[in-house]
Design a protein around this ligand. Structure first.
Ligand code: AHR
Length: 638
């Protein structure tokens, strides 16, 4: 290949090109990014009296546990409490334990901040809380007093002096056995936090937050996905039930088959987006719930005549985010500690409304867009129907999702080259190579669905991404999805980062996102020849950063042979370039590339390798793009 990188700028690259799509799926939030360690901490979204209501709780030494709403809860939002009945005859310590989100990380030197509510008509003895292994080794403990017949919140700190060998640990609550015999106690709203990202209260798990921040995302779409929509109207993501003290947040049964605490609520998301330096894309509920995921025809839709209250709810939500302190909802935000309005430019109306485009086109889209733009003319809207669907008012931006096979992404690497330049822009708001099975890309693992992103899949995504970046005059944003996956309980594969209670793995697709997003130009440059269908299996895009004066060449080689590029530059360099490359581990047979993945047990099978090289003529060099690899070359332009 002879490839000339010219100095001709085709267009500016939008600041929003790479980022994340977010929703609580796979315990990405509760049990994942949200640093809270105790699962089912406030018995939200469960049915009292059922065994399921005790999820993650277990008795110690004969205590009888049940979840009840028959005693007044700690708040009207949290009506369920843990009832603990101690037998009349008890030998030794008695109490109960929480097993966390499939284990607890116990780290020497960390301070764990905890609290819970308790009341009892008869028990006034002590309560010892500890972090211990499930075999009984105590890492840290504290004894508390103050139980009375009215709810009292007890707080504590635990600082282990040694780390646990593994995650097989529990949070234990032990009563004074003698005094507790025959007594009943009630507990509610537990919490246990390790140190968090940037030390934020109610904040994020450090390793996951740092990994996400390290891709330098500049957009943050939230709060879903399906999890915005709810399994019913009433269980939709309700912004106003996710703000304020945790005791005021009822939580909900999310779309992905587990209760959401809503500890990660609207303000936490907005603060997190600011921490990332990412522009929020706010998904707003648009009058549809997902009901039965497999039967699209059954999804409940709000009739036009009943839609207005939901439109007003969204107006309130936006006022909460951008209103000043003199507005009703801006004042509420200020009372929660954030006086300054957030900046918000993008509103996404619904999620995947291509499945229900009749009602979307007939009245849902227009009801939300007209009402919001009347009050906030500066807002820009994203539609979620098929790109071909005419909407009134016409959409200017669209979010359309692509989960498919590697060959789909390779074939469509040139899709945006011919996308009409008619003023409409595209957000590739969810995409991933999900399967080796071209005819059933969302099937089962046994049918080719990927457990983790694979190197071959990631090179195909990178090929597609060269097309997105090259056409970033029409593709204004993108997000691989889903983001995070708890490896012990998940609903969707593959995911960009997988984790358990203490470990984490960055997938090959993670590294591709990081390589593309961290090496950003401000403008796309023309190459000769252009990357097009004649140049496969090499795919590329060149860009220039006008602040650093660095030229980037991003290349995906999806083929099974090394390919040499004779690179000619229309500008001079110091005769020196750097490269970062994600490629095939030595000796891996090409036939196994779809199986080569970073996994929780083997997290570093494929990791980026940085290098640098010199060349004598400052305007040309040869570079070998290895088989099935992604490379970013960076050259200083003089
Ligand atoms: O990313 C998982 C799901 O895929 C999202 O919730 C939904 O928008 C899409 O169908």
């Amino acid at each position: 290949l002879n490839l000339e990188i010219t100095t001709n700028i085709t267009h500016e690259i939008p600041s929003t090109l790479y980022g994340y799509m977010w929703e609580d799926i796979n315990h990405s939030g509760d049990g994942g990014l949200y640093a809270e360690l105790l699962q089912n901490r406030a018995f939200q979204g469960v049915i009292p009296g059922t065994q399921n209501a005790l999820n993650a709780w277990q008795a110690h030494n004969g205590a009888r546990l049940s979840v009840t709403s028959k005693t007044e809860g700690v708040s009207s939002a949290l009506p369920n409490s843990l009832q603990v009945q101690i037998p009349k005859v008890v030998f030794g310590p008695v109490g109960f334990e929480n097993t966390g989100y499939w284990g607890l990380k116990v780290q020497e030197g960390w301070t764990y901040n905890g609290s819970f509510y308790v009341k009892s008509d008869t028990y006034t003895g002590s309560i010892t809380v500890s972090l211990k292994s499930s075999r009984g080794t105590v890492f840290a403990s504290q004894t508390l007093t103050g139980v009375s017949n009215a709810w009292v919140k007890l707080t504590f700190q635990l600082t282990p002096t040694v780390s646990a060998a593994n995650d097989d640990n529990v949070f234990s609550v032990i009563l004074d056995g003698g005094a507790a015999a025959g007594q009943t106690l009630y507990f509610g709203m537990f919490s246990l936090f390790p140190p968090t990202f940037k030390g934020r209260e109610n904040g994020m798990r450090i390793d996951l937050a740092e990994a996400m921040a390290a891709t330098n995302p500049t957009v943050w779409r939230f709060p879903g996905g399906n999890n915005l929509e709810g399994l019913s109207f009433d269980t939709r993501w309700k912004w106003n039930e996710t703000i304020g003290p945790l005791e005021n947040r009822p939580g909900r049964v999310g779309d992905w088959s587990y209760p959401n605490t809503d500890g990660l609520g609207l303000l936490e998301y907005l603060n997190w987006a600011e921490d990332l330096g990412a522009e929020p894309i706010l998904g707003v509920w648009s009058g549809i719930s997902t009901a039965n995921y497999s039967d699209l025809a059954d999804w409940p839709i709000v009739p036009e005549a009943d839609l207005q209250p939901y439109v007003e709810d969204v107006l309130n939500e936006i006022e909460f985010i951008v209103g000043n302190k003199s507005t009703k909802w801006g004042k509420v935000r200020a009372s929660l500690g954030r006086e300054e309005p957030y900046s918000l430019r993008f509103i996404e109306v619904g999620n995947e409304d291509q499945f229900q485009e009749d009602s979307y086109a007939a009245y849902r889209w227009s009801a939300f867009v007209n009402a919001i733009s009347a009050e906030y003319p500066e807002m820009e809207f994203l539609a979620t129907s098929f790109p071909s669907l005419a909407l009134n008012p016409p959409y200017k931006r669209i979010d359309f999702h692509q989960y498919d096979s590697a060959s789909f992404f390779e074939t469509n690497a040139f899709f945006f080259d011919t996308y009409p330049r008619n003023g409409t822009k595209w957000f590739v708001g969810e995409y991933a190579v999900t399967s080796t099975n071209e005819s059933n890309p969302l099937g089962l693992i046994t049918q080719g669905r990927l457990q983790y992103p694979s190197l071959a899949g990631s090179t195909a995504e990178a090929a597609f991404m060269t097309g997105m970046e090259r056409n970033s005059d029409v593709v204004f944003a993108s997000a691989y999805a889903p983001s995070l996956q708890h490896i012990r309980n998940y609903q969707w594969t593959p995911d960009i980062i997988s984790f358990d209670a203490s470990r984490m793995v960055r997938s090959t697709s993670y590294y591709v996102q990081q390589m593309f997003s961290s090496n950003r130009g401000t403008h796309v440059l023309t190459t000769n020849p252009p990357s097009d269908s004649t140049s496969v299996p090499l795919y590329w895009v060149a860009s220039y950063n006008n602040e650093t004066e660095v030229v980037f060449l991003k290349v995906s080689n999806t083929g099974t042979d090394d390919l040499v590029g004779n690179i000619v530059l229309d500008f001079s360099t110091p005769g020196f370039a750097t490269a970062i490359s994600l490629g095939t581990p030595a000796l891996s047979p090409i036939s196994e590339l779809f199986n080569i993945s970073n996994t929780i047990d083997e997290p570093d099978q494929v990791i980026p390798v940085a290098s640098s090289f010199s060349f004598q003529d400052p305007t040309r060099f040869n570079y070998t793009f290895p088989a099935t690899s992604i490379t970013v070359l960076a050259m200083q332009s003089l």
